[in-house]
Design a protein around this ligand. Structure first.
Ligand SMILES: *Cc1c(COP(=O)(O)O)cnc(C)c1O
Length: 232
């Protein structure tokens, strides 16, 4: 039987690997944010991760986060799953960064909330790199036009791009999507209005975060690597 690692041991191991990958790429490890993907994980285990030094959790669903946020004081929360417009109000209250801006209508809703609150909303644009029908996100071909349209929503502050590449355990195959996302971010800079910065790349999960860091990821979202395998 495989030995069960504690959350603290897993976090320490992930940190070591993040540092090693950053060094390999000649990058500063402190430029990479570790986000613990905490879907299906109960507050008690999230507090264990917090005790091990995790400062940011990523949740996929607003509804699930509502039940957890109050039970983990001091944790910072990002939304890493799709956001429905009718949940946008709760989302801007709960999350400091929404990784999943994927439509103009959502941008519109976020702008309205920002106006109401007199406070900008921080987001990443989700890109559907491989045009997978099952995944959300802006098609790379449409990204320039999308970015230009965001000039109409000045309180929606974009910090970069997010993607969920196809799962692979093959390092070499994992590189291509990260490179594509990094190149897209560079290409979009010319089209970007003032409220759109393209410095952050949220890509890299438990199976591919080292490669993602070597290729330029600035945010890695790690679930099973920290909390162990998810049931179901
Ligand atoms: C679950 C999830 C992750 C983390 O996946 P692991 O393979 O468990 O590390 C990252 N990003 C998103 C959007 C997720 O839904």
């Amino acid at each position: 039987m495989q030995q069960q690692l504690t959350i603290a041991e897993r976090v320490a191991e992930i940190r070591r690997k993040i540092e090693a990958a950053a060094r390999t790429a000649g990058r500063d490890p402190s430029d990479i944010q570790l986000i613990a993907a905490s879907k299906t994980v109960n507050p008690e285990r999230i507090r264990d991760a917090q005790a091990a030094g995790i400062e940011i959790c990523g949740e996929n669903r607003v509804q699930e986060a509502i039940g957890k946020v109050d039970q983990v004081p001091g944790m910072r929360w990002h939304l890493i799953g799709h956001l429905q417009r009718n949940k946008a109000r709760r989302a801007v209250e709960l999350f400091e960064l929404i990784h999943s801006l994927d439509s103009i209508r959502l941008a519109q809703a976020l702008q309205r909330l920002a106006d109401e609150r007199d406070r900008a909303v921080d987001v990443l644009i989700q890109v559907n790199l491989a045009g997978e029908a099952t995944k959300r996100g802006i098609a790379p071909e449409s990204a320039a036009e999308f970015v230009r349209s965001l000039a109409d929503f000045p309180q929606v502050r974009v910090h970069g791009l997010m993607a969920i590449p196809p799962l692979t355990t093959d390092d070499e195959r994992a590189r291509a999507p990260v490179r594509r996302l990094a190149r897209l971010a560079r290409d979009l800079r010319d089209a970007a209005p003032q409220n759109v910065k393209l410095d952050q790349l949220s890509i890299g999960m438990s199976g591919d975060f080292q490669v993602a860091i070597e290729e330029g990821a600035t945010m890695v979202r790690i679930g099973s690597g920290i909390f162990g395998p998810r049931a179901g």
